[in-house]
Design a protein around this ligand. Structure first.
Ligand SMILES: [Zn+2]
Length: 276
């Protein structure tokens, strides 16, 4: 597909909530329909991860009305944002940093052996469920092994991967808006996967050694591969929790050690599933 054809679908560069129309001739970025309403702003990274104007000001990252339809925005995409925010290591970091939900409520993280909550933006409360939750290692110093309280099913990892894929496709639109690259048909199957309309194998890589911090960064890059559409890796660092997945090559592998080298990172948990 040439650069010119990427431009051909562009209807207007001045979207308006008043028109309630899709900006692109293909319709909504995810369902590719025109009948879902186009009056809402879509937050690329969910509000519950801190992407709120009152917290980050002009650094808020949104898609203007007309890109994502209201039905997708308020339905499946909101569910995926919530799934990512509830993912145990991320929820733990949200509670630690006191990042309020979209309703302004400070988060509570209930792990298997402890509960962490922020009583204010500066004070944290840790409640141990048993003696093993904390180990004193010195004055005013302790170590804790946080347990999730049970195994996380593969379908939940798949939804976390879909949440990252949603963020990455929206950033591609955000960053390459004039070229409308995000509407390229090579992403059509991905749109179905993100919306949960198509079962798909996939993988999610969770890095083991993380350094907690208060920032979020999303990085994606395209690598051409001979004979197919290539691969678009997304790497998300959310408060120090580092996750990776792919937008195009979602094949599963039985043994992580047999994964292609660019999929498998040492010191990481490589999770694959056959379908959702
Ligand atoms: Zn839609």
């Amino acid at each position: 597909m040439s650069d010119d054809s990427w431009n051909s679908g562009w209807r207007t560069s001045t979207p308006s909530a008043r028109t309630g129309r899709a900006q692109h001739v293909r319709g909504c970025l995810f369902c590719l329909r025109h009948d879902g309403g186009f009056r809402s702003v879509e937050h690329i990274v969910g509000k519950s991860l801190g992407n709120q104007a009152r917290l980050v000001g002009a650094a808020e990252r949104v898609l203007t009305p007309g890109v994502v339809c209201d039905r997708c925005n308020n339905g499946r995409l909101a569910e995926l944002d919530a799934e990512l925010a509830r993912f145990p290591p991320i929820e733990l970091m949200r509670a630690w940093h006191g990042v309020p939900t979209r309703e302004g409520v400070l988060p509570v993280h209930r792990a298997g052996n402890l509960t962490l909550t922020a009583s204010s933006r500066t004070e944290r409360i840790l409640y141990a469920h048993n003696k093993k939750a904390f180990e004193h290692i010195g004055p005013n110093s302790f170590r804790s092994r946080v347990r999730t309280g049970g195994p996380i099913p593969a379908r939940r990892y798949a939804r976390v991967a879909a949440a990252l894929q949603k963020i990455a496709l929206e950033f591609i639109h955000h960053d390459h808006v004039a070229a409308a690259l995000a509407f390229d048909p090579k992403f059509d199957e991905l749109r179905q996967v993100v919306l949960g309309h198509r079962r798909s194998p996939g993988w999610l890589n969770i890095f083991k050694n993380c350094t907690p911090h208060g920032r979020i960064s999303i990085t994606y890059w395209w690598e051409p591969i001979d004979g197919d559409g290539g691969t678009v890796i997304v790497l998300a660092d959310i408060f120090g929790v580092v996750l990776a997945t792919d937008l195009l090559r979602r094949k599963t592998v039985a043994d992580p050690n047999e994964a292609p080298p660019d999929w498998h990172v040492p010191e990481s948990n490589f999770i694959t599933w056959t379908d959702e």
